[in-house]
Design a protein around this ligand. Structure first.
Ligand SMILES: Cc1cc2nc3c(=O)[nH]c(=O)nc-3n(C[C@H](O)[C@H](O)[C@H](O)COP(=O)(O)O)c2cc1C
Length: 399
């Protein structure tokens, strides 16, 4: 097998950049900015992506690579691909029915799809669509009771994996959202009205399907979704409490410090999810990919590490695996693919990423994803040290 087949043809989306460009045209500015926007001056988001461009892979020739598999093991299970869908709030803003398309793709390609606490679909309906491929992502908001009730609903619905996101003690100031007056639920003034009117396709389809809302709030117990409310309840004591409470796999997301990663591993979590939230939280945060190898050496070679932030292509996935990730999640490109061409766009993106990973493996002379190690990087780790040594020598002789 090389890569799983796509389930819907697209004549427009062949890469993340295609999806991004088409989405920018089709989405109201307010929605595009909500998805693309980041913290502060948006330095971190750009740096995440640029850093990947600087990482290089070493081609190898004449290996027997005719038969390759992109299947990947994570936390005791084999997935169809080495990447899945990161948790994102309000996905149905990208296109009506987005959550359902994400669920269908997750099932088809046999990868995880993470349902956010702030999702536009309910915990129960998402599990009906994607079954055990669905993971639930928890924010610990103003009401601890409500947060734990979400965990219990996930357990009752059949979820096996819970992600606790810990890098949003407070939602950062997103300047574009402030400028655009972005709010959930929408507040529509003249500025937003003009924006929606200029994008009739999205606006009419969204109107017909009903504007998305944070489906796991407002339900029954009357807890309203407050996007800017504190989410600082996810502290060390809560992690211990959650570990005792949740019987399934527990993943802690938003980790960029080696010390934190070690402590999370020691608290009994099943995986650490290295991420700087795609640059949406701390604008001065280092690029997440730079921290991945440091965290890998802190937690040891066998402890499961998941990674996201800045992945834009199949080759980026390979780079993250080479630098210590066991599995990778993709954020914004998924939503822009949906905004660009709905189901066909999403499947085109999956097939582009899967195809690129498989082809890159052929170029690197390997046939399985567990062969993606630091040895596929250029320069390989041993030569990198020698090169660094000789640079140091040159500097010391020249001074
Ligand atoms: C529109 C949007 C909404 C997001 N909502 C959540 C969320 O509800 N929970 C969460 O843990 N992360 C959330 N994230 C962060 C993603 O899970 C992920 O860490 C990030 O998008 C990865 O970076 P990338 O977009 O560069 O791939 C969101 C990201 C975006 C773009």
């Amino acid at each position: 097998m090389t890569a799983p087949k796509s389930i819907g043809p697209s004549r427009k989306v062949f890469s993340t950049e295609d999806a991004w460009r088409i989405a920018a045209r089709r989405l109201p500015r307010l929605i595009f900015d909500f998805i693309e926007g980041s913290a502060g001056r948006e330095v971190s988001a750009g740096r995440n992506v640029r850093r990947f461009d600087e990482i290089m892979l070493q081609p190898r020739v004449m290996a027997d690579v005719a038969v390759r598999s992109v299947a990947t093991r994570l936390m005791g299970r084999t997935y169809g691909l080495p990447f899945g869908i990161a948790p994102m709030g309000m996905c149905n803003l990208s296109w009506p029915g987005a959550d359902k398309y994400l669920a269908q793709a997750a099932k088809h390609y046999d990868v995880p799809v993470c349902l956010s606490s702030a999702a536009s679909s309910s915990i129960e309906e998402m599990y009906r669509w994607a079954g055990e491929n669905t993971w639930f992502q928890l924010y610990v908001g103003q009401s601890m009771e409500h947060s734990l009730s979400l965990v219990d609903r996930a357990q009752a619905a059949g979820y096996e994996t819970l992600i606790l996101t810990v890098d949003v003690p407070q939602v950062s100031r997103r300047v574009r959202d402030l400028r655009n007056g972005f709010q959930v639920p929408f507040s529509i003034g003249p500025r937003q009205f003009i924006d929606f009117a200029l994008h009739p396709r999205w606006s009419l389809t969204t109107l017909i399907n009903g504007p998305p809302s944070a489906k796991n709030f407002n339900a029954g117990n009357g807890v309203r979704f407050n996007r800017n409310g504190s989410r600082a309840g996810a502290d060390w004591a809560f992690l211990d409490r959650l570990r005792n409470h949740w019987k399934g796999k527990l993943v802690v997301k938003g980790v960029t410090s080696a010390d934190d990663a070690r402590r999370i591993r020691n608290s009994g979590a099943d995986a650490v999810y290295v991420s700087n939230h795609g640059g949406r939280q701390l604008d001065s945060a280092p690029p997440a990919i730079d921290l991945l190898p440091i965290i890998r050496s802190a937690v040891g070679p066998d402890y499961p590490l998941i990674f996201d932030s800045g992945i834009r292509s199949g080759e980026d996935v390979v780079k993250a695996l080479a630098l210590g990730a066991d599995f990778v999640m993709i954020g914004r490109p998924m939503l822009f693919a949906l905004a660009a061409e709905a189901e066909a766009g999403l499947n085109a993106l999956f097939s582009a990423f899967a195809g690129d990973i498989s082809t890159a493996m052929a170029q690197l002379g390997i046939t399985t994803t567990d062969q993606i190690t630091r040895q596929v990087l250029f320069p390989p780790p041993d030569q990198a040290l020698t090169m660094q040594d000789s640079k140091l020598k040159m500097t010391s002789t020249s001074t």
